[in-house]
Design a protein around this ligand. Structure first.
Ligand code: URA
Ligand code: SF4
Length: 218
């Protein structure tokens, strides 16, 4: 058994790489220390046949309790943006760069406050994301926010410079579009919210347009 520090999700990957086997195996992952304080692994969700895969940062408080990605406030905003871009949530696969909720507690408070995962945690957890990408073979991957973008495109990637562009991950046969994270739209200054939401809808539309134009069917 790998020690929690210096380990990675790689040590927990099952032989069989279909989504159900992956989710089962991920439930027991101890590839980094984040499993210790969280309730459960929040694996990706959606059909194996999805042509579009969306990657967030990590589950939040609500997702940690529910065991499902994007079911809290950020998920509600994402749902609105998907609808506005005419994308059916039921047809896309939703996942996160990191599969356990990382948080701190303000002293004396029960409230769990989101903490951005470290690069070490992102890299430790990435084998799950790679395995999801392999199992699904999406045509388009939407990276929501800087953590997801850096997980797939490298730490030099600057979302502010490249958001909304159609990119390609190294050695990948899917297109990539990066866009603001729904939580950053929610938490941002009020006067930026409408513009941030507009960017998100626009970039989701760009990603959906790639599906129409490639027309690949399985
Ligand atoms: N934020 C994310 O990045 N992912 C979720 O699943 C929920 C909130
Ligand atoms: Fe495993 Fe990822 Fe959870 Fe760390 S965050 S224990 S690597 S599933």
């Amino acid at each position: 058994m790998a020690a929690a520090s210096g380990g990675s999700a790689q040590d927990y990957l099952p032989d069989s790489r279909d989504l159900v086997s992956l989710a089962d195996a991920a439930a027991g992952c101890r590839g980094c220390d984040l499993y210790r304080d969280a309730e459960q692994t929040v694996f990706g969700a959606g059909p194996a046949s999805a042509r579009m895969l969306l990657v967030g940062e990590q589950p939040g408080d609500r997702e940690d309790r529910a065991g499902e990605p994007f079911v809290g406030p950020a998920g509600r905003l994402l749902d609105k943006a998907l609808s506005a871009a005419a994308i059916d949530r039921g047809q896309v696969y939703l996942t996160n760069a990191v599969k356990h909720f990382k948080f701190t507690r303000a002293s004396g408070s029960k409230r769990r406050i989101h903490k951005t995962p470290s690069r070490t945690e992102v890299v430790a957890c990435r084998p799950w994301l790679f395995a999801e990408l392999q199992a699904i073979e999406p045509e388009v991957v939407v990276l929501l926010g800087a953590t997801a973008a850096k997980a797939l495109l490298g730490t030099d990637f600057r979302l502010t410079e490249h958001r909304g562009e159609v990119l390609r991950a190294p050695e990948a046969d899917y297109a990539v579009v990066t866009t603001p994270h729904p939580s950053s739209v929610l938490r941002g200054p009020a006067e930026r919210r409408a513009a941030g939401f507009g960017d998100l809808v626009h970039d989701l539309g760009t990603a959906a347009g790639l599906l129409v134009s490639t027309g690949r069917r399985r």
